[in-house]
Design a protein around this ligand. Structure first.
Ligand code: ZN
Length: 361
């Protein structure tokens, strides 16, 4: 069977007139069911796009890998995970590629922009989903779903702490205040400052941090446990560093007595609480752990157990599948996003699988 869709290298100076002119990233139906490799030498793998005969050398240390001339992907082959990367990272985006190219790639405040081209990239997924909602003026649907409040205005979207709603991708001053309060000059090791995947902000009303996971788990730390990597904090350090006497959401007595905690979620609860308080006394803080259906229930149960009475609803588990349902409320306006989520694949051990449990085929 011939490849379903041919990806064209863009001609110099030519951009798609509308985002909808861009092909969607390859979906589960476009990808081979089985991985075919030739042990070589050199090791080669058949392009992962269904029916493509190209044999490609996968990336190795010091060698970027052969991109398929037809499909523009490099096929990675490792013992743990099968995946691929787009030679042109914006081929993995479904909306606003020009904004990404000019404002995000190379932005000194955004880490790891080279990862956007990976099939399994959480950042590309976050961009595709939340920028699509922004473009449709539908971010309030997500905020209303999480908070249970009706909103008369559209929230401002920040991605990785940078302003997406105005396309400027400038750091949010209140997040910089949180960095100063909790991190700058205080961290015992060298590590990046907190960079929430996404924030929905309605000034003087609410701050909702979204921590997005695709295949990774929420990091957990155990009492008296060792540092997991040179850049990770121990549970005790997170409890000591991210503590503010005015904070409302977390019960620190329970945290100090707990055998384990999900430290990234804990940090973002404290930061959401802090930025909401410096925004205004009326601003409420929320955190949503955005995960796939069937995942991260222990993280939800554990973190819920640390919330102070009356604040339990400020932390929620939000599935990508629920966000898909919210996209359906906008019908064709978010049809491109819906098709992307329905067909989105992830590379796992041995092959590809649908990213989400959506039985709307
Ligand atoms: Zn190919």
């Amino acid at each position: 069977m011939p490849p379903r869709r041919r990806r064209h290298a863009p001609h110099k100076g030519q951009a798609a007139l509308f985002d909808s002119d861009m092909p969607l990233p390859f979906g589960i139906l476009d990808l081979e069911d089985r991985i075919t490799a030739d042990a070589g030498p050199p090791v080669r793998v058949k392009c992962y796009v269904r029916g493509c005969p190209e044999m490609l050398r996968p990336p190795t240390k010091g060698f970027p890998g052969d991109p398929c001339k037809t499909h523009g992907i490099r096929c990675h082959l490792s013992s743990s995970t099968v995946t691929y990367t787009y030679a042109v990272a914006t081929d993995n985006l479904i909306t606003a590629p020009q904004v990404f190219r000019t404002r995000v790639r190379g932005n000194p405040h955004k880490l790891e922009t080279h990862r956007f081209g990976y099939c399994n990239s959480e950042d590309a997924l976050t961009w595709n989903v939340l920028r699509s909602f922004q473009d449709a003026g539908a971010l309030h649907l997500i905020a209303e779903h999480v908070t249970g409040r009706e909103l008369s205005e559209e929230p401002q979207l920040y991605l990785w702490g940078l302003s997406s709603f105005d396309d400027k991708f400038q750091p949010w001053p209140l997040l910089k205040e949180a960095h100063k309060r909790f991190e700058i000059g205080r961290l015992p090791i060298t590590r990046p400052l907190s960079e929430p995947d996404a924030m929905l902000v309605v000034p003087k009303k609410l701050v909702l941090i979204l921590e997005a996971k695709l295949l990774a788990d929420n990091p957990v730390a155990y009492r008296s446990g060792p540092r997991k990597s040179s850049q990770s904090l121990t549970l005790e350090e997170v409890i000591d560093l991210y503590h503010d006497s005015g904070q409302q959401l977390l019960d620190y007595d329970k945290l100090r007595a707990a055998p384990h905690s999900y430290t990234q979620l804990q940090r973002y609860l404290t930061i959401a609480d802090y930025v909401a308080r410096i925004d205004s006394p009326k601003t409420d803080a929320y955190l949503a752990s955005v995960v796939r259906a069937g995942h991260e229930h222990d993280a939800t149960r554990t973190m819920r157990g640390f919330m102070r009475p009356g604040y339990g609803n400020r932390f929620v588990r939000l599935t990508w599948e629920s966000i898909f349902t919210l996209a359906q409320l906008r019908g064709r306006q978010l049809g491109r996003l819906s098709e992307y989520m329905l067909t989105k694949a992830v590379g796992l051990s041995g092959g590809f699988a649908p990213a989400f449990c959506l039985d709307a085929w």
